[in-house]
Design a protein around this ligand. Structure first.
Ligand code: BDR
Ligand code: CA
Length: 313
């Protein structure tokens, strides 16, 4: 049997992050060496409790969860509680308090993991890039030790979910995005375009998945209650979408992507109109070297297979 792949996961744990964590927890070919929590969807303390709850439900208290940055590099924190619920987990009455995270800061833990697993570490980011930017600033050689960075963020079609052109994770902390884009890290983006096209769970599919009947299946569907309403009224999808889970599925199984492109990306930090927009140079106008691989299309069926096998336990 080949060695388990070391993963470090950075997350602003709310409803779709929790499903992505569950997918990773379920894999015996992945060694999750640490989970860092960052403020984003919800304030930091709430994200930490959500990650700890999910870890416990999945029976994976062996995986360390570290507390990270409580606010973006420059801007004040803007959360997405109107999307994920006040508690980030659909406000369905879960007991999301009292659990204790591991000692140590998420940024230190990421740097330490990159030394321990130099050349083989996959970093998966499911939230704003604040923790990663802080790690890069502290240790620019991080880029030489991490083998892949899979980022849920941006949108290759430049359609946003927080303003007309920006995706939430990039919008929260665009200055951190700038640091990461300039870092030399091997970046792979799974954008919100992929989520809203290839990772939408329509009501029939949600019912079928919940009917699997395991506690994890019920949890993963039930915590999407608030998100489902947001998708119906605001993003106008046929069901709820799963941005972090499809990014995680791709990190685990790159064949989830059916088309990728190497592109040059830049982020808008200043404009009040387009804050957080990640501009992808699709036609090569800038003549600049690509700084990221971008997933352009993904396989819905293959993603659902990953989700379903997780929920079956
Ligand atoms: C991203 O923003 C968050 O609300 C989700 O958890 C996901 O990471 C989608 O834009
Ligand atoms: Ca997230």
């Amino acid at each position: 049997m080949s060695a388990r792949r070391p993963f470090f996961i950075d997350t602003d744990t709310a409803s779709d992050d929790a499903v992505a964590l569950a997918i990773a927890f379920a894999r015996d070919d992945i060694d999750i060496v640490g989970i860092g929590v960052v403020a984003g969807n919800v304030p930091l303390e709430s994200g930490v409790q959500n990650a700890l709850y999910t870890r416990e439900l999945c029976g994976r208290t062996d995986v360390p969860v570290y507390v990270g940055a409580s606010h973006p590099l420059v801007f004040p924190l803007g959360t997405a509680q109107h999307v994920h619920g006040n508690d980030g987990m659909g406000d369905i009455g879960l007991n999301l308090s009292g659990r204790v995270p591991n000692e140590g800061h998420a940024v230190d833990a990421l740097i330490e993991a990159s030394h321990q697993h130099a050349g083989s570490l996959t970093l998966v980011t499911l939230g704003p890039l604040t923790n990663v930017a802080l790690a890069v600033r502290r240790d620019p050689a991080l880029a030489e030790r991490v083998s892949r960075v899979v980022i849920m963020g941006a949108a290759a079609d430049h359609v946003g979910n927080v303003n007309p052109v920006a995706e939430f994770n990039m919008w929260v902390d665009p200055h951190a995005v700038q640091v990461v884009l300039d870092s030399g890290l091997p970046l792979e983006f799974v954008g919100w375009d992929i989520s809203r096209r290839d990772a939408v769970i329509v009501p029939d599919e949600a019912q079928r998945l919940r009917a699997i009947g395991t506690p994890l299946a019920e949890f993963c569907i039930d915590i999407q209650a608030v998100v489902a309403a947001f998708c119906e009224h605001d993003t106008k999808l046929a069901g709820f979408d799963m941005p972090d889970p499809i990014a995680m599925a791709y990190a685990i199984d790159p064949d989830v992507a059916t088309e990728t492109r190497r592109l040059h990306l830049e982020v808008e930090c200043e404009s009040t109109v387009t804050r957080g927009m990640v501009v992808m140079d699709l036609l090569g106008f800038t003549r600049r070297e690509p700084n990221a691989l971008v997933v352009m299309h993904a396989d819905h069926g293959r993603f659902i297979d990953h989700l379903e096998s997780t929920l079956r336990g």
